[in-house]
Design a protein around this ligand. Structure first.
Ligand code: GLU
Length: 576
């Protein structure tokens, strides 16, 4: 059997293959060639964005082209989640070379950022609301620079022709969805920010309602500039100046300069891939949540999860314990690898995963501590907090190329500050608010100039042993993202559910002492079975819902899934 590139890279990383070998006989890979039905598909969080992506695919664009159109539309119709002022991680699966490339469009901190910038004068961390709404929370936006790089590498159509649908929606008015209405009327501190009020409410203070149309001519103008100039349209010139000016206003002005914006660079690299049973699972590199998902899967591979099912408490118990172990490590070690040593290979190494998986006993104990993987530095515990607003989509084109992208302004409407029709992100609140632990050891995810904050975002692409595309999946959810993605992968690959069933499975986020979940959604007996194993499920309205979108190849057909907790769809096109 040919050692395809993803496996080759996994082996280079020293990632476990032994247990994968043991499991190899169990699951036949469902992936491969699409022989029936639609040849292309988009699964995303809003029908208007899906339509913009499909329109590009219909006129001969590929997945990289469609991703640009989808982001342009999402930034308009779902401004609470992602946009021109935010950042993203994206995977590109190349059908010809069978390789997965990871694109990093994560925001970075301005040169003037300091490790103590989220500490109040008392020396204690600021409240999250205060930090989010401050001018200090915005990082230099990277989503458009990243898309430009990826589209230049792989696109088929001209960049300037990819914005037409979003531009028309902005000029003529887009359809407001129930989720956006809910955010405008919701409890997020941004809902009371002046720019949010000015955009979404009339002179009498009446908020826009679902089903109404909202115009954003400034957004259309910005898109026209981006179409002509690429990311320079927002990283240089008048819009860059507008960004700097808005950030320098109160409350608590930030330090971003024109030089910071002009210095932004998106990156690409081989994706981080590891074997899971007879698949290769690929995610973005640190500081993304890709390594957490791969560690979670590595731990689950060492359980009997594949012989379980959604109605079996033991299966959910195993998922919950793998999550706790994965989070303990991710929060300790994951950060911008340009600034700190992230022990990625150690965390995914066979020996480490073997030992760590042994901590999954018959009954849940106290929350686990971070482990000591090979190559680990000794950073202090960290005080990163991370709720938010984000979006995730998957595109398959008629040539079999795939994009999986997770994109964010961090919290609902980012920092609540609007410039030229789009909201600025508050991504820097993804740094640890406290720079050190009480002993003075620096946190891996402490703020530093031009550093990228840790992310939980984990768009994921799964291949079979021949390097053929099996599935793509991703979700918003802040810290819960790796749990949501794990659940979706286990549901689709191990429990053989349809992608739609897999994304709809109950959520269970096991983090520290808490098991945050949707108890009412489990099959009879699961909640009690978990309780008997020391796992007491609680609901927590402050944890963001999942918004999983995925596409899988099953029996030669593309099969999509859109999370019923949001308002997205998965639609096919082209070639039936
Ligand atoms: N800012 C978060 C991250 O980058 C995402 C927030 C969310 O999913 O809502 O991990």
């Amino acid at each position: 059997m040919r050692l395809f590139p993803a496996f080759a890279r996994a082996v280079l990383l020293g990632v476990a293959t032994g247990a994968a070998g043991a499991a190899m006989a169990i699951a036949p890979a469902p992936g491969g060639t699409i022989t029936e039905g639609p040849k292309a598909m988009v699964a995303a969080a809003n029908p208007q964005a899906v339509e913009a992506g499909l329109a590009v695919l219909r006129r001969g664009g590929n997945a990289a082209d469609a991703a640009v159109a989808i982001q342009a539309a999402l930034g308009l119709v779902e401004p609470q989640s992602s946009g021109l002022g935010g950042g993203a991680f994206m995977l590109w699966y190349d059908a010809k070379s069978h390789t997965v490339t990871a694109y990093d469009g994560r925001e970075f901190a301005p040169a003037g950022a300091t490790p103590d910038m989220f500490l109040a004068p008392s020396g204690q961390p600021m409240s999250r609301a205060e930090a989010m709404l401050s001018g200090r929370s915005a990082g230099v936006p990277g989503a458009i620079a990243m898309l430009y790089l990826a589209q230049k590498d792989h696109g088929r159509l001209a960049w300037r022709g990819l914005f037409g649908d979003a531009e028309r929606l902005a000029d003529d008015g887009f359809l407001v969805g129930p989720r956006l209405q809910g955010m405008v009327e919701g409890h997020a501190p941004q809902a009371r920010a002046p720019d949010v009020i000015a955009y979404f409410r009339d002179e009498k203070g009446r908020p826009i309602k679902a089903g109404e149309r909202l115009k954003n001519p400034a957004y259309a103008r910005t898109l026209r500039l981006i179409a002509r100039q690429g990311p320079d349209a927002i990283l240089k010139g008048k819009i860059a100046q507008d960004i700097v000016d808005r950030i320098h206003q109160g409350p608590i002005p930030g330090s971003m300069t024109l030089q910071d914006l002009a210095a932004y660079q998106a990156h690409s690299a081989a994706a981080l891939c590891a074997p899971y049973r007879n698949y290769a699972v690929c995610g973005p590199n640190p500081p993304s949540g890709g390594v957490a998902v791969l560690e979670g899967l590595g731990l689950l591979q060492r359980t009997d999860i594949a012989s379980r099912g959604p109605a079996d408490a033991q299966g959910w118990y195993e998922i919950s314990q793998a999550e706790r172990l994965m989070y303990a490590d991710d929060l300790r070690y994951n950060a911008d690898p340009a600034f700190v040593k992230v022990p990625t290979a150690g965390l995914l190494s066979s020996g480490y995963l073997d030992e760590r998986a042994k901590l999954i006993g018959p009954v849940a104990g106290a929350p686990p501590q971070a482990g000591d993987p090979p190559g680990a530095p000794n950073p202090g515990p960290d005080h990163t907090q991370e709720p938010g607003g984000t979006s995730s989509f998957v595109v398959v084109d008629r040539w079999g190329n795939v994009v999986a992208m997770t994109t964010t302004v961090e919290s609902i409407f980012g920092d609540g500050r609007m410039v030229d029709g789009f909201f600025l992100n508050n991504q820097l609140t993804d740094f640890s608010f406290a720079p050190t632990d009480p002993d003075g050891r620096p946190a891996a995810n402490a703020v530093a100039p031009r550093k990228r904050p840790r992310s939980s975002m984990a768009p994921t692409i799964i291949l079979d042993r021949e390097g053929r595309f099996v599935a793509g999946i991703g979700s918003p959810g802040g810290l819960a993202i790796p749990s949501f993605v794990l659940k979706g992968i286990v549901g689709a690959l191990d429990w053989n559910l349809s992608m739609q069933q897999a994304v709809a499975l109950p959520n269970l986020v096991a983090f520290g002492p808490a098991y945050i979940s949707e108890p009412e959604k489990f099959a009879p007996g699961v909640v009690d079975g978990l309780k008997a194993r020391g796992v007491n499920l609680v609901t927590n309205p402050f944890v963001e819902d999942s918004g999983l979108h995925g596409i899988i190849v099953r029996g030669g057909r593309l099969q999509g899934g859109a999370d019923p907790r949001r308002e997205g769809v998965a639609l096919g096109c082209c070639g039936d």
